[in-house]
Design a protein around this ligand. Structure first.
Ligand code: PXL
Length: 278
């Protein structure tokens, strides 16, 4: 069985970060080791959330694993709470240098940084992304890391410029998420910086925005790749599963406002993954 380490916060209530990454990766048949960066009462879209930072716990936990000779097939990072945690994550990459590194540089959406972050943090995140094999920023995060202007309306040339600038950060595969190239569609645009090959996947856009869907998308994409799917298939699986989960949530008359009903659609994900793996 493949083993993945995921480094991100645990928002106790809110269906995001570790409370989606852990069940999704486990359901995909991957041993999932977690390194919680902070414990929050809820994600940061709730008012008055509590936060207990766990920065001082990270290296002791990792050193213990190291003493037990643990190795990882992949390291997947999501929401990191501080500059110091970015620096520690770089150290962890060094300690487990055989692992494929997959970074979702969670910090912004819809043209704005999340409440906990500033431009300095964005620059540090860009440095971390330079150390990765695969990065999956959304358009807003890509803009903060490259200095490009964020635009609501854009064309393919704008995305190609964004990919070109991102490729200079240093990752091997850069994939911009939330890219809509025609009305009613959304998906990803990727660039393999070693071969210069592009790939695009577009599916039907669901007109609703929910918290935690980026974490669901990233978890399925990294899980699919680690299970052996091609990157095109892994990202298509992630995009379709995320869209279907939002649709499922919209059909729930008692849907929560703060996250999506991925619990209902997990069996669908497992079925699709098994079909792809044959
Ligand atoms: O889903 C991204 C995310 C993860 N963790 C926390 C967040 C957010 C987005 O706002 O607040 C704590």
């Amino acid at each position: 069985m493949k083993r993945i380490l995921t480094i991100q916060d645990i928002s106790c209530l809110g269906k995001c970060s570790l409370t989606v990454a852990l069940p999704i990766l486990s359901a995909m048949g991957i041993e999932t080791v977690i390194l919680p960066t902070a414990v929050l009462s809820t994600h940061t879209m709730f008012p008055d959330f509590t936060v207990k930072d766990l920065t001082d716990q990270l290296m002791p936990i990792v050193s213990h694993w190291k003493s037990q000779n643990v190795e990882f097939d992949a390291i997947y990072t999501g929401y990191l709470g501080s500059a110091e945690e970015i620096a520690i994550t770089e150290k962890i990459f060094d300690l487990f240098s055989g692992a494929t590194t997959f970074i979702d540089p969670v910090m912004a959406d819809n043209g704005k940084l999340y409440p906990a972050f500033d431009e300095k943090y964005a620059a540090l995140n860009a440095g971390l992304c330079g150390r990765a094999d695969i990065i999956v920023p959304n358009i807003t995060e890509a803009c903060f890391m490259t200095g490009m202007d964020y635009r609501e309306e854009y064309d393919e040339a704008y995305i190609l410029e964004l990919l070109d600038k991102l490729s200079h950060l240093g990752a091997k595969l850069v994939v911009v998420t939330g890219v809509s190239l025609s009305a009613g569609k959304t998906g990803v645009y990727g660039l393999d910086t070693e071969t210069g090959d592009y790939f695009i996947y577009q599916n039907d856009r669901v007109d609703a925005s929910y918290h935690g869907t980026g974490d669901i998308f990233a978890s399925v994409a990294v899980g699919g790749m680690i299970r052996g799917l091609s990157r095109e298939k892994a990202f298509a699986l992630a995009a379709d599963y995320t869209a279907d989960t939002i649709r499922e949530t919209l059909s729930n008359p008692r849907k929560p406002w703060y996250g999506v009903d991925f619990e209902t659609t997990l069996p669908l994900l497992v079925k699709r993954l098994e079909a792809e793996l044959g």
